[in-house]
Design a binder for this molecule. Sequence first.
Ligand code: UDP
Length: 315
Amino acid sequence: MNILITGGAGFIGSHLCEHFLNQGHFVLALDNLCTGRLKNIEEFKSNPQFKFENVDVSKPLPAAISGLKKWDWIFHFASPASPPKYFSIPIETMTVNAEGTRHLLELARTTNAKFFYSSTSEVYGDPLVHPQPESYWGNVNSIGVRSIYDEAKRYAEAMIYSYHREFKVDVRVIRIFNTYGPKMDPEDGRVVTNLMFQALRNQPMTIYGDGKQTRSFQYVSDLVDGIDRLMKADYVLPVNLGNPDEFTILEFAEKVKQLVPTQSTLVFQPLPQDDPKQRKPIISLAKSLLQWEPKVKLADGLAKTLLYFKSSENN
Ligand code: UDP
């Protein structure tokens, strides 16, 4: 197949490139490198089935991309995803999910490609329903700092289903819960990278708020497996992909300390505005539809991630 992946140099996008290259498909990765890293795709450069273009998909797509291939699948994964990153480039974050999504939907419509979108558990906001099923409409502050990301993703979902209803574009939408693994940007400012690097460097480990807020952490290979299964399924509505094992941030910090020998102690810092208090997916839809559930336990996934972080410390 001919597969287009936006955000192909990002954390999840680069894992998708690897997955599809291993299956023998042609992959064109687009990325403007605002948060993606060439390092993530370095290993594919010699593969004749792989091509990279530095393109900002929030601008109209270059004719070369529209005319290059008959696309089978278009994966739209380009977007900053960590709160500190999207706080720093709010307009870019909004436009890549708004105009970017529109441009790629147009490409899907005109080339008869299938369209796959990386939505997020952020569409549930600071949820009043716990855990979160796909049917929950969310609790989002439309003018809060996080609206940069969560409203942009919600707008993208609305645009996708408009294209589906109006033009019959075949779409897949996943709502991704916190995901971690090798190729995460050490500087992304998220809890996984911050705490692991702070522990490795014997620096204070930063806990925002009282650390009692919860998250559930999914290892990246489980996510890629879910994506692959959804592509093959005949289902157009959003599907949660996440690991339902839920931890407080304090428990997560303990897990990191068990794994990384460290002298670090915890320091408490203010909780960012609108930080969700809890987050845990209901994955019964993915289980029944895709026969999918996460396989990688947090301790095992963190151990693999640590190996990558240690090697990036030395390079
Ligand atoms: N967090 C923390 N210390 C850090 C970074 C994040 O306590 O150094 C908290 C953050 O406030 C949030 C949770 O960890 O409650 C997950 O944050 P992250 O930025 O990883 O992603 P989010 O799930 O909020 O998008």
